[in-house]
Design a protein around this ligand. Sequence first.
Ligand SMILES: *[C@@H]1O[C@H](CO)[C@@H](O)[C@H](O)[C@H]1NC(C)=O
Ligand SMILES: *[C@@H]1O[C@H](CO)[C@@H](O)[C@H](O)[C@H]1NC(C)=O
Ligand SMILES: *[C@@H]1O[C@H](CO)[C@@H](O)[C@H](O)[C@H]1NC(C)=O
Ligand SMILES: *[C@@H]1O[C@H](CO)[C@@H](O)[C@H](O)[C@H]1NC(C)=O
Ligand SMILES: *[C@@H]1O[C@H](CO)[C@@H](O)[C@H](O)[C@H]1NC(C)=O
Length: 358
Amino acid sequence: MTATWKSWPNLFHICLLLCATGAVSQNFLLEPRSTTVLQGSKVQFSATVEGKWNVMTWTVGKLLVLTVLSGGNITSSGQYSARFCPGGDTSCVEFTIHNVTRQQSGEVICFVQGEYGSKIAHLYVQESGTVNIVGGNVTVAQDQQVEFQCLTTGWFPEPTVSWTLSGQDVNSSLYNTTSMTDGDTFNSSSVFKFQAVHNTTVECLATVPTLPNPQSSSVLLVVVPKPTDWTVLIAVVVSFGGFALLVLLILGIIFCYKRRKEKQLNYQDEMRRVRTQSQSGVNAGGQRQGHVNAGYIPEGQTSVAPSELTDSGFCQRNGSSFEMPDVVNSSQAGNGYNSAYNTLDESGFKKHRHVTIV
Ligand SMILES: *[C@@H]1O[C@H](CO)[C@@H](O)[C@H](O)[C@H]1NC(C)=O
Ligand SMILES: *[C@@H]1O[C@H](CO)[C@@H](O)[C@H](O)[C@H]1NC(C)=O
Ligand SMILES: *[C@@H]1O[C@H](CO)[C@@H](O)[C@H](O)[C@H]1NC(C)=O
Ligand SMILES: *[C@@H]1O[C@H](CO)[C@@H](O)[C@H](O)[C@H]1NC(C)=O
Ligand SMILES: *[C@@H]1O[C@H](CO)[C@@H](O)[C@H](O)[C@H]1NC(C)=O
């Protein structure tokens, strides 16, 4: 029992100690706990201390670089500076590293004298290097495969390399990038292959997260148009022209042939027409004249037998023909068996008519 009672004060003291240290850590803040910046920029940390304090120190890369006295006396060195937060509140101190370098990467420690102890923040510094497209401007023939190599040097960490063609992003499947360490930085090589079509600006870009704008290198790709394009064009034009000529020729031949056939047909038609016309003309004439004759025959005659009359000047009947001279006419006129007569028609032609006796 006594032992228990004796142990209570010890526990109480331990508790006091723990609670006290807990109170200390709650009353001393270092912000930010971690930061990443680009080499050459400035980085700030702030320490807020509750209660009364006297001395504060800042350590960067295991070097004590700055001391602050709560009374206002600040001793700084080189690229480090500190000041009380705006408003003159001595419980808050702003610590700044100007023109930060990769060597300052690591722990930044703030120590407040007394029971406050120390707080640690982490500083990461990135480095931007160089970008260069090997070989400069390029002139190639159209449709030729071109290869560009982009070298980046002195980056930390590994840069992200990308390409653009006339400002348009290139799909990352079209290029290969490999990186290698060079001391505490990285070199990288990116190879981009494509087919030259247009005149373009080829740009290689490299960046790290803290860099506001990527570093870049650009060259011109001058594409000389293919002379074979003209031969192709000429070939196309010539073949089209030839085809057109051929078509024209064929059309011409067809046209001529048709015309000729038509002419021939016309000629034949004409010939046929003429032939039939002449035949029918002869027939018609004969018939007409036959009628005329038939009309004339009864004139002054009463007993003239039906007869066949032609202009040929002779009659055919039962295979026998004979001519009847005017003498017969004059001597046998009174007999009335047959008659032949001469008559003068309106045209003044003298017509010689024959009558055949049946
Ligand atoms: C590429 O061409 C451009 C425009 O003609 C010129 O300004 C630039 O200097 C050239 N670059 C190289 C590396 O020759
Ligand atoms: C890049 O190309 C690949 C295949 O070639 C395709 O699947 C992908 O969608 C493309 N990415 C973009 C951003 O166009
Ligand atoms: C990238 O490299 C791989 C393997 O070396 C290869 O198969 C691929 O064709 C390359 N791509 C380009 C665009 O060079
Ligand atoms: C990185 O690039 C620099 C400059 O081009 C060169 O001197 C160095 O040898 C390269 N390092 C490696 C590991 O290739
Ligand atoms: C590229 O530009 C050059 C002059 O700079 C020109 O002679 C050439 O025809 C251009 N090529 C194409 C494909 O437009």
